[in-house]
Design a protein around this ligand. Structure first.
Ligand code: GDP
Length: 547
């Protein structure tokens, strides 16, 4: 029946000439690839668990929780990770719901704004923003939101923990509108606050959703209505709350913009659902909203031309590289977002950067409900490709055409330190280790032209410690990080002759990154300004396209 509904939708869209986006094959059109953005503790993990539960990926989370093992659902995935030797929960999860295929890509949890996060968001078509109903928009949410804004990603909002004392509904909506400069439309409206919270009025479907406090895993009871004056209301909602609800919804309809899918898809309007992830409340409505209103797989910017998801030829790009969980193996998994076509296991694809063919024989697809290696993937899906280091962030895979995906930047690091091997004889060894981390995107590594050693750049101080311990653990190589005389790095671009001349007279400030690109190092912003003034033919870039 799903296939039939898909086919019908396909025909209907073919007939709908008003839309100028491509009509996608049903298998692609049903995909929804998204990430969750939130501040720690808002409920991302809990919401993810409920998504997986409704997606059929986890059986009976209820029993699991009843046993008091709150994190069992997580450890289910840990076992899967062990079986597959890679970190699934840290990367991508796929599940089916109501005819849709959801691909949930995890955003890294650490609090530094990081390239990892940015790049993860290049692999999705939408984001779900989770906020805590008592706390509203918190700092990390705000930062992540701004990253989404850079790409005009459609955002759906889930206001969580409504079972607890929460802020006034209008206040929450106002705060989002003001702090994030985005229009908000209520998809549901909460009834009662804190202990008196009984559920929501579903504004998009004219329904009453009632929360079951006794059973956290029970899905809300739904009462179909015929408007807010429907006499059925009074059977379920106490008199005082009903009067308040009617008044608030009337006000909301007057003051707030109505739901508009086009505005959502353009990233200027976010619908907000109120719920309680831990009580399984509001989650299905949110999933329903992502499916019905969320974006289909979107075109991918690339040179020399854009890639459209409906192209029959397969293409995809690497947005993340992760070392194997087993440090003794050098294997890595490259996470690829499929940009077009229908991939089947065993296909040969061209690795555009090296122009070499690659047989993709053991890809990992993350369909959470089945633990077998999946056999196929469509545009919109995320696929893990185990490899020995050929695949780097920003790489494009195609069926032969020399396309390169764009828009996956590398950012100039904000902290620089010199890295030395404890044993000076091991410099070559160290170089290899550092290159690996650089390709994983865990650090920037610069080789200075004049001095020995390596300059390593990161975004957060903690990353130096993580790197030092990983190099020791994975390469058996003790290293030290020392303060560097430089604090900023800029990629130098311009005509080759001008770059050569510039390099020649600034040798003490020049280094190469691991692609051999020229980097200017300094400790003064003043230097950067001066060079840009004195050398109008050169550009000092704080970001670099990875390709
Ligand atoms: P994360 O840090 O965003 O992944 O948040 P978690 O999902 O781990 O949740 C943080 C805490 O909030 C945990 O103790 C959860 O049990 C709790 N929590 C999550 N959802 C709800 C909810 O709807 N209501 C209440 N009262 N607590 C919740």
């Amino acid at each position: 029946p799903i296939a039939r509904i898909g086919a019908l939708a396909y025909i209907l869209r073919m007939l709908d000439h008003s839309s100028n986006s491509p009509v996608l094959p049903p298998e692609i059109a049903r995909r929804r690839t998204f990430a969750i953005i939130s501040h720690p503790d808002a409920g991302k993990t809990t919401l993810t668990e409920k998504f997986l539960l409704y997606g059929g990926a986890i059986q009976m989370a209820g029993q699991v929780r009843a046993k008091g093992e709150a994190r069992r659902t997580r450890s289910d995935f840990m076992q899967m990770e062990k079986d597959r030797g890679i970190s699934v929960s840290a990367s991508a999860m796929s599940f089916d719901f109501d005819g849709y295929r959801f691909n949930l890509v995890d955003t890294p949890g650490h609090s530094d704004f990081s390239e990892d996060t940015y790049r993860t968001l290049t692999a999705v078509d939408a984001a779900v923003m989770v906020i805590d109903g008592a706390k509203g928009v918190e700092s990390q949410t705000q930062k992540l939101f701004e990253v989404c804004r850079l790409r005009d990603l459609p955002i759906m909002t889930f206001c969580n923990k409504m079972d607890r004392e929460s802020r006034d509904t209008f206040d929450i909506i106002d705060e989002i509108q003001e702090n994030l400069a985005i229009d908000v439309t209520p998809a549901s409206w909460p009834i009662g606050v804190g202990r008196d919270f009984i559920g929501c009025y579903d504004m998009l479907n004219d329904r009453l959703e009632l929360m079951d406090r006794a059973d956290r895993n029970k899905v809300a009871k739904t009462v179909r209505l015929d408007g807010l004056d429907d006499p059925k209301m009074a059977e379920h909602v106490p008199q005082d709350l009903l009067a308040q609800l009617r008044e608030e919804v009337e006000m909301a309809r007057e003051l707030l913009p109505p739901f508009d899918r086009k505005a959502l898809l353009e990233g200027t309007l976010t619908p907000i659902w109120f719920g309680s992830a831990i009580n399984s409340f509001g989650v299905k409505e949110l999933m329903d909203g992502i499916g019905r209103y969320g974006p289909e797989p979107q075109p991918q910017s690339a040179t020399p031309r854009q890639i459209s998801p409906d192209e029959t030829k397969v293409s995809g790009f690497v947005f993340k590289v992760q070392a194997n969980m087993d440090p003794k193996h050098r294997d890595r998994v490259a996470f690829v977002r499929m940009a077009s076509g229908h991939f089947k296991r065993g296909m040969k694809l061209t690795h555009v950067r090296s122009k070499k063919p690659m047989a993709i024989s053991n890809p990992v697809l993350f369909l959470a409900s089945d633990r077998e290696l999946a056999e196929e993937a469509w545009a919109g899906d995320i696929m893990g490709i185990p490899n020995h280091g050929q695949l780097r962030i920003g790489d494009t895979l195609t069926e032969g055409e020399a396309l390169r995906v764009t828009g996956i930047p590398s950012f100039a690091p904000e902290l620089l330190q010199t890295c030395r091997a404890g044993d000076p004889m091991k410099a070559k060894h160290l170089e290899k280790a550092l290159m690996q981390f650089s390709e994983e995107g865990a650090a920037k590594v610069f080789k200075p032209m004049l001095s020995s050693g390596f300059i390593v750049g990161v975004v957060g101080q903690l990353q130096f410690e993580v790197l030092a311990s990983r190099i020791e653990l994975e390469y058996g190589l003790p290293v030290r990080f020392e303060p560097s005389q430089f604090t900023s790095a800029r990629w130098v671009t311009g005509p080759q002759a001008a770059i050569d001349k510039f390099v020649n007279v600034n040798k003490g400030h020049i280094a190469e990154d691991n692609d051999g690109d020229v980097v200017y190092l300094t400790r003064l912003q003043w230097d950067i300004d001066r060079i840009e003034r004195d050398h109008p033919e050169l550009t000092l870039n704080a970001t670099k396209e990875m390709m």
